[in-house]
Every structure is written in C-alpha cells, then in structure tokens.
Design a protein around this ligand. Structure first.
Ligand code: NAD
Length: 541
C-alpha cells in the first residue's frame, strides 16, 4: 500500500566509456577478462532459489579461441523445465502484487550495478562469450542494458498514468495487470542487453519468466543472473533454463499457463514457434502474446548527391562492426555509378586497415564469428561467390578456423541485384555491392523495397532533399528503423526504438512503451458511487 503518487527518475543514456590506453576502465576490464579466462565456471540452471548443476553439461569456449574452456553450462531435462514453470507460477502472486515503486527500484538497482560494480564483469564476459571488442561490449552489455532497465521504468510509469476519463457519479480505473500465466523469453547470442531485457521488460510489468538463453551466450547469461539476484529480483521471477531448445520449447509451449513469448533470434525459429503456439491454442487459458524480433537484410542506398566519405564510413561501420553479426548490419549496398569506384576504394582501404584477432588486444576492430556453424556457412557463400560469374570478390574472401572462427571482412560486387547475398541474411562480415546508373535511382529504390523478405533497417545517403523525401516515402515499409545520412545500425534506447516488420518480426519496438504494453492485460474497474435502484428510464414516467 503506497500513500503517495511517486515519480520515477528521468532516464538518461549511460555514457559510453573510452577504454583509451592508460584509462582505469581499460585496466579493470582487462584484469577481469584475464581472471575469467583463467578460471572456468559452471553455469547452473536457476530455478527459484535453487541453482542446479546438472550431470549433463556442455562446454563454453570463446569463439576467438575455441580450444579453450571457459567452463560448462547445465543442460536441462524435462523435469527441470516443468519445475521452472511451476516455480515461476508460484512466485507470480507475490511479484505481481508488489507495488510498482518496489519492482521499479529492483530494476533501477540492477541498472546501477551494471553501470558500476558489474560493468567490467559484464563487458569482459561478453568479450569472452560472444567475441565482442571492448567498444562493442561496452555499448551493448553495459550501456544498452542499463538504458533498457532505466528507460523501461519511465515508460512503465507513463503507461500506468494513462487512465480513462471519469464519468458523472462514476470512478473509472484502468489497472495494468500482468499477463495471467508466465512469459517464455528466448534470446539470441548477439546482444547481452537483449538477453537481459527480454526477461526484465515483462518482469517489470509484473510477469514471471522462464528464460532460455542462446547456447552461445551462456557465459554472459550467468552474469545477468548474478546481477538480477544482487539487485533483489525475488527467486522464481526469472528462471534460467538452458539446453536442447526443442525439448525446452515443446515443454513450455504445451503448458496451459503459457501466456506470452518474448523472442529475438532468426526468422525461421520464430516462425516455427509461432506455428507451434497456433497448434496448441486450445490448450491455453489465454491467447498468448507473441513478440518476436528476427532477421534482417539491411540496406544502404546512396544517391549520386551523397557525400562519399559518409557512404564509406556507413558501409565500413554498418557492415563490419561486430563481424556483421547485428540484426541491423548493412549487408546490401546500392551505389550510383558516378561515385561507386570512389566509395568502393574507400571501403577497401578501410578493410585493409582492420586488425583482426582476440578482443583482449584492444587494437582489434574485428574478432571471430560466433561458432563453427556460422563460420562454415559464411565460407560456403564466399566460395560460391568465387565461382559465380555475376559476382566478384573485391576484398577478403579468406578465413581461418584453426584458433578461432575468423572470417576476413569480405566485400562482394554483383551485377545481379537478386544475387543470393543481396537477399539472404548471412549474419557475418560479408557485404555485397550493386552498382546502378545514376538516372535509374527511382527504379532501384523499387528493387530495394522488393528484393528481400525482411523489413528491419535501412539507410539512404544523399544531400538532395527532394530525393530524401521521395525515398523515405517509397521505402516506407522496407525498414522499421530508417536512417538518413547514417549507418542503419546502432539504435540507442529511448532515441531510436528498435524493430522491423515483414519477416523481421512483430515490430513491437524494444526499448519503448510499445513493447511494455504487450506484457500487460488491462482491467477496467468502474465504480458507481450512488448506484441506480430503479430499472425504468425517465422517459417511461
Ligand atoms: P537463433 O534463431 O539461432 O537462436 C535464437 C534463440 O532461439 C536461441 O536461444 C536458440 O537456442 C533458440 N532456438 C534455436 N532453435 C530453436 C528451436 N528449434 N526451438 C526453440 N528455440 C530455438 O538466432 P541467433 O543465431 O542466436 O541470433 C541471430 C539471429 O537473431 C539473426 O537472425 C538476427 O537477425 C536475429 N536478431 C534479431 C534482432 C532484432 O531485434 N530484430 C536482434 C538480435 C538478433
């Protein structure tokens, strides 16, 4: 019971630290990295108060150093999955009845732990588990994660404030209930912040969670659970279950109290989960909420009025940062003939300047791709490109998996705008360029709009305002996050709410109130102060 209408802190984006030579943050993160590298851990299942280390386990290894062991993570059996669901449901009543200011305080504390005492730990874990260089780890694991938690509190407070008008003699209240049941969070490898937020966002709104992280993010998933625990998330509110995704999903999605899926990952997996939910519909107590942010085939379209160095930088950063493993990474590029050569030679020059290797060496821009399956897939596409006559390899095209899964940043140029690498999400450091005649820009925009099944991010680069207006209209449905004179990646919470439509997902915009609205089921409460005592209308007298 709260005797006061409380306000929440005004969120501010967490400043990105520099990690320059000699800075305290650089020495600290490197020391933690070394310590984590040298001391293998076991990641248990987190079910309520229990931390269960199962007999069946799998190895965790840094992608840039795959023979090294960071330890093991536990593989759940059906009995554990059932237990996680039961435990979540047991925790539900107390959690959803906790006042908002206390739920909010828990997640605000988690944000401060991330930005403060856990910053080096969560960054180092992300460098080791997902092979992010320190800059990429910092903007993800420390800054974006803290931002999600802080901004969500402010968005939730705004949502709760939205109330119906009052009537004569009547009080109307809208109560934003948590969903009836539990939420299943299924998260990808590529962002520690997304993994944490997919649990924290529904939990903030009073929901309880069964979380299945990616096998390739387990090492940093443990740090997330440590932070949640220290911040005071009560046992049973977020339960971590790792292991066979099919067994876990089959068990979770068959449960009558399954109330929502919070998914980020590939389009294919999302579609299969949606179908499974559809098939089980008559099992459920409620219609489950389905939120999924999935793949992309993100574009940069340069107009002949574009500034050349802006295009070069957008391709270089947008295409190759984090080895092209962002859902928003630019991977299909449309260049006008008049500036194509200059742009291409600028990008090649940048690629030649990239240093590649372990994230422990902070001068490296590029590190390894996530796993052998991804490495092998990228190699297949690169080798095919070397054989195909409608494409040429302008840079890269080489790879080595002896120590880590290293794929050298690759630039392809095709004469076929429908070439497979213009359409298919590869999720690696492979960028394909298509050159169009300057005068054909309008028809080429149509190609951009229709070439891929996705609609996640895209950028146009131009100085001509009339073109910018026309292209923005023509590409209205081609991207949920649309950038003008910038790269199509690097969305910041609170500034660029993120998500796309078409095959890219349900576009519920992580990092905004729109996402939080999916995790509530409002109850309208009407209270009549002096109730009617006669059924007859006045006109009947
Ligand atoms: P993925 O689809 O392989 O895995 C995502 C999650 O689904 C993991 O937890 C995985 O274990 C689980 N999973 C895999 N197979 C499953 C199955 N059969 N049943 C149930 N669960 C299953 O994706 P990934 O490789 O971890 O991440 C990369 C993908 O995520 C890319 O397609 C990328 O575009 C997308 N992504 C999208 C966004 C976005 O906001 N749109 C953000 C990040 C990543």
């Amino acid at each position: 019971m709260s005797n006061g209408f409380f306000s929440v802190p005004n969120p501010v984006n967490e400043p990105v630290l520099d990690y320059r030579k000699g800075s305290p943050e650089r020495s600290e993160v490197l020391a933690v990295y070394k310590e984590m590298y040298a001391n293998p851990v076991t990641v248990p299942l987190y079910i309520g108060e229990e931390k269960i280390s199962t007999e069946k386990r799998a190895k965790m290894a840094p992608p840039h150093d795959h023979q090294h062991s960071l330890g093991m993570y536990s593989l759940a059996e059906k009995i554990h999955i059932d237990k996680a669901i039961t435990t979540a449901l047991k925790a539900k009543n107390t959690w959803e009845n906790m006042s908002f200011e206390h739920r909010a305080a828990i997640f605000l504390k988690a944000a401060d732990l991330i930005a403060g005492p856990y910053r080096a730990k969560i960054n180092a874990a992300t460098m080791l588990a997902q092979s992010k260089n320190i800059f990429q780890a910092e903007i993800d694991a420390a800054c974006e994660f803290a931002d999600f938690l802080r901004f969500n509190v402010a968005f939730a407070a705004d949502i709760y404030t939205q109330q119906p008008i009052q009537g004569n003699g009547v009080i109307n209240r809208l109560e934003y209930r948590a969903l009836e049941g539990f939420v299943y969070a299924v998260t990808p490898f590529n962002f520690t912040a997304i993994a944490g937020n997919l649990c924290a966002a529904p939990a903030l709104m009073g929901n309880v969670i069964v979380w299945k992280p990616s096998d390739h993010q387990m090492f940093s998933a443990k740090v997330i659970m440590d932070i949640f625990e220290e911040a005071g998330v009560p046992p049973g509110v977020v339960n971590l279950i790792s292991g066979d995704p099919v067994l876990i999903s089959n068990t979770v999605l068959a449960h009558p109290n399954f109330a929502g899926l919070h998914f980020t990952g590939s389009t294919e997996v999302f579609k299969s989960l949606w179908k499974q939910i559809g098939n089980n519909l008559s099992t459920y107590q409620n219609y489950p909420r389905i939120v999924g942010e999935t793949g992309g085939k993100d574009f940069i379209f340069a107009h002949h009025t574009a500034d050349i160095s802006t295009v070069v930088t957008a391709i270089t950063r947008g295409g190759y940062e984090f080895q092209g493993q962002k859902c928003s990474a630019a991977s299909r590029i449309y260049l006008p003939a008049s500036i194509a050569d200059a742009v291409i030679s600028g990008v090649i020059e940048n690629i030649k300047s990239f240093t590649i290797g372990s994230p422990e060496d902070m001068s490296n821009f590029i590190t390894a791709v996530i796993h052998e399956r991804s490495f092998d897939k990228l190699v297949r596409y690169i080798e095919q490109a070397k054989k195909d006559t409608d494409v040429e390899v302008l840079a890269g095209g080489t790879y080595d998996k002896s120590t880590g899964y290293f794929v050298n940043p690759t630039l392809l140029k095709t004469t076929n705008p429908q070439y497979t690498t213009m359409e298919t999400e590869l999720f690696g450091p492979v960028v394909t360029v298509y050159v169009y005649e300057d005068s054909e820009w309008d028809a080429t925009l149509e190609l951009v709009n229709t070439t891929s099944e996705y609609g996640l991010t895209g950028a146009i680069i131009a100085q001509d305002r009339a073109f910018i207006e026309k292209a923005s209209g023509k590409l209205r449905h081609a991207a949920g996050n649309f950038y003008i004179n910038d790269k199509p990646s690097g969305a910041v919470v609170g500034q660029q709410p993120f998500g796309g439509s078409r095959a890219s997902g349900t576009n519920d915009k992580a990092g905004s109130a729109l996402n939080l609205l999916r995790w509530v089921s409002p109850r309208l409460i009407k209270e009549t102060l002096v109730p009617a005592t006669d059924y007859r209308y006045p006109c009947m007298d």
